[in-house]
Every structure is written in C-alpha cells, then in structure tokens.
Design a protein around this ligand. Structure first.
Ligand SMILES: [Zn+2]
Length: 283
C-alpha cells in the first residue's frame, strides 16, 4: 500500500532498523524491488532523481507505482530524491508522489531553512512528507561538481527542524554518493549528538559500499532511512553483461530470457540491502 514517510520512519526508529530507499530509473528496477520487499515483508521507499525521472517520467513512474502498490501487503513510499526546484516538487506531488526531498544543502543555513520551509508548507497542505538535508554529502554520483563534504553541525539541527518542520533529515556524517576511493569512517559520535537534540527520523545518503558494521551501528544509533543507488546500478549492470552474452549467442532470443538477469540482479541486491537495514519482517 502507498504511504508517506511519517507512516514508516517513526516505527523504524523505535525498533532500531532502517527503511531502504532505492533509487530507480525505470520499471525494470521497480518490479524486482517491490517483489523482493514483498517477499521479505519489508517496508520500502522508491526514490527517483529528477534527472532520471523528470518530465513525463514523473507521470509514468507514479502511474505504475500507484497501480501496483496495493498488490503488496507492505508500506511503499513514492519519493522524489534530491529535488532542488520547487516546480519539480509541485509536478511530482500533482502526479501522486507521497514524499519529496528538497535538497537545499548547497545554500547557506538561513536560505536552506527558508526554502525548505516553503516546500514543507506546500507539501504538508497536500498530505505529502518532506525530507531535507543539513550539511553536505559529497560525491560525483549526482552529476555536476562533487563539492566538499560538510559534516552536519549538531548545533544547527534543533533550529533547522523547529523552523522548517521537516519530517526527515538527511545528515552528513562521513558517507559520500557513489563509489568510495578510500574506506569511510562514519562519525558516530556526531550522530549521537544529533540524535540527542531531535526526534526527527534521520537519513543517511551514500549507503552503497559503506562497511556493513559501520552502517549497522549508524542504524542502531538512529538512522531510520538508508539511501542506496550505486549498489543497485552495479547489480543491474552485472545483469546487463549476462544479458549481452545471451543475446550474443542468439540475437532473436525471447525478451523474458534476456531481461531475466537484470531483474534477478536487482531482486538479489534488494534482498541484501533489506538484510543490511534489518527491516525484514517489519510488516
Ligand atoms: Zn543522496
């Protein structure tokens, strides 16, 4: 069933697990993610980036997810990831997205607060939840300039949450978007300081490739939503390589056999991430 972040993240926080948010670009991702989550009775967030699903993609994905979500007995959130423009957010909400992230992390604090509050006002009036980001999670994954990591300042969190009324807050504690060049070390002491000053469920971006023990510690320490994209791409690309070999052997091979390795790759990776976030059997 389709729902918002507020219907799942407080439960995750209370019970010490996180809900995985998988970025997708097409229904080739959506179906195996929902199948694996349904099988393991795990809540799931389908997160799409404006660069991947902008324009007609918003209607296309929303149409698919709205139609199929009721077939699964688990909570499904249809979420817009890293939106920087309120116009895109308005279009996503009109299309049926139940949740949006406004990423104002590139702005100075006061401007981030003002813009986030505007989005929250608009979204809450329509029953849609909002995630924001304080600090900056760097990486080349999202295109453009990677920028420098700015860890979240615990001293800014209380004011940010009080003035914006966000439903979830992405924090920067040492992860990056994309593939790591050196093993990260998460700042769990900083996470504890943030948890001490706010009740809002916290979000960690850049989950892919982060050592499992550190991620689990972060989840037990208060992270309620974990974003995963790179690992899904790697899994799907391995499926594409398998599919290429199948087509190489028979160029008119049936499409279900060609696509099977792609679906299987995403399906198995989803299960691994459900394991990692400890959310199996939550529903
Ligand atoms: Zn992100």
């Amino acid at each position: 069933m389709l729902c918002t972040l507020n219907e799942i993240l407080p439960h995750a926080k209370k019970h010490g697990y996180a809900v995985p948010a998988f970025d997708y670009i097409e229904d080739v991702f959506v179906r195996p993610i929902l199948e694996a989550s349904g099988e393991l009775r795990a809540p799931v967030i389908l997160a799409g980036l404006p660069a991947n699903i902008g324009g007609r993609g918003l209607d296309y994905i929303a149409g698919i997810v709205k139609a199929v979500a009721p077939a699964y007995a688990i909570p499904v959130v249809l979420h817009l990831d890293h939106a920087g423009e309120i116009e895109v957010i308005k279009r996503a909400i009109a299309a049926g997205f139940t949740s949006v992230m406004f990423d104002g992390s590139g702005y100075p604090l006061g401007e981030n607060i003002a813009k986030t509050r505007e989005v929250v006002k608009y979204a809450h009036a329509r029953g849609v939840t909002v995630e924001a980001e304080l600090g900056f999670v760097a990486g080349t994954d999202l295109g453009g300039d990677a920028g420098d990591v700015r860890l979240t300042e615990p001293g800014e969190v209380e004011r940010f949450v009080a003035e914006t009324e966000v439903d979830a807050l992405a924090v920067s504690i040492g992860t990056i978007h994309g593939v790591y060049r050196a093993a990260p070390r998460l700042d769990l002491a900083r996470l504890a300081e943030i948890v001490a000053v706010t009740d809002v469920p916290l979000v960690l971006h850049g989950g892919s490739g982060t050592p499992e023990d550190q991620l689990k510690d972060a989840i037990r320490g208060g992270i309620a939503k974990l974003n995963i994209y790179t690992d899904m791409r790697i899994a799907m690309n391995a499926g594409v390589a398998e599919a290429a070999a199948i087509v190489g052997a028979r160029r008119d091979e049936l499409p279900d056999r060609v696509l099977e390795p792609l679906y299987r790759g995403v399906f198995e990776q989803t299960k691994r991430n459900i394991d990692l976030t400890m959310c199996a059997g939550a529903y």
